[in-house]
Design a protein around this ligand. Sequence first.
Ligand code: ASP
Length: 487
Amino acid sequence: MSPESADASVLLLYTGGTIGMTPERTNDLASPLRPGSRDEFAANLTRMVPRLGQRDRIHWELHTCPGVPPADSSDIDADHWIEMARYIRDQYDRWDGFVILHGSDTMAYTASALSFLLKNLAKPVVLTGSQLPLIDERTDACSNLANAIRIAAHKQGDVPLVPEVVICFGQFLLRGNRARKASTSNFTGFTSPNHPALGHLGERIEIDRRLIRRAPDPDLEPFTIDEVLERDVIDFTLFPGLPVKRLQALLADDSLRGCIIRTFGAGNVMNDPGIIGELDSAIRAGKIILNITQCSQGFVEMGLYQSSSRLLEIGVISGLDLTPEAALAKMLWALASYGPDEAREQIQINQRGEQSKDIFELRYRGADSGPTGRVHASAQPSGQYRKERLIRAILRIADLRFGDSEAASEFAVFVGLQARSTQRSRDDRHCAAVLKAPAREIIDITERIREFTSDTHEIAITLDSDPGQAFSFSAMYLMLICESNEE
Ligand code: ASP
């Protein structure tokens, strides 16, 4: 369809994958599949779906992206993601939407990475591929492609604008950074274990508008891309009986900047001081440790069991309900885009609909109470924080030490006092907890935060031991766990 007579325009970006594969030996259909070139794929498209887009009056063109030769998706890497983002930026104004033809094996990684690299996206970027090559007579490629192109074109009828990076595969339209490849062979291919499908693709394309992200106003929030990704990270699965020396060898590397640990259940690890010690040293050396679950569905909830409380105490951060693919992409993006403290902060906040909750982490500098036995500190929550969305507030005091006679010390935590306020009794309403030394280092202060703080003011924490009982700590962190504003 010529651009002049078309109602919508879509750029097809071919990166390889089964969809474009052909047998290594042309006359031997059973020989191993190799990625076809752009021209081979273009010829096959014309032969297999000669009327692609015609019914809906969609003009499309097939391109490859400079720096991304058609490949099995196992060979796609962070450089390719950046090249794809650049190409979309360069072509952005010319098209109503984009379809990326991609191997299904690492499609969820690419979709996740692009979701972070493309900022203020106001047009659809639809990844699709297939389980059987386009040239196979039983292929799923034709329907996947036809659905993808229709969603990318949007504009008419009952297909709304989906201004997101999505995966269109089999019967489902999924948010890209929520999707996982779930089957090596089933035509359904992908699932979205912690988020509902954005749409169902049957006789009709049915998209749930309530689940789609809001399109940014291009005048206020223009589309841009980030062009850097960190590489020095590792994604590591814990297993029962893990030798400490294995973890030590992994984390000792000075160039390593971040580690994803896939933990048991709701974020639990073995109660092995050696393992905890290695994680602790890595965090002290400035590495980010991100906890995600090995379960295919559900949340990390550190602090729920004793076995995960230690992780919270040493400063492991929670990946909540991130998929492993989104966790990895988010870490690569955040570590490259921000300094270490800010990266830590940004990883815990929902950025592109990839997680269902936000964690705002406030850091209070370490202090020594001296003989007054009292420390007052305040910190400002980020502008995105809304108290009305608060689910839980957890205070973590790192390296808490009492001067002497620990066993006798009593220790109270107050929320929302003025810096100059006088000594308060332990029954004061501002008192969140009274702890006996040696104190636990994580404290739930949700109710006091609800009652005595606001969105716009600094959150003040006062620690008050028995008069004369000196204490110190190296830092204090307040974790504000909130419902994300997209839920
Ligand atoms: N190995 C192929 C790839 O990921 C599988 C597929 O496309 O479905 O490129």
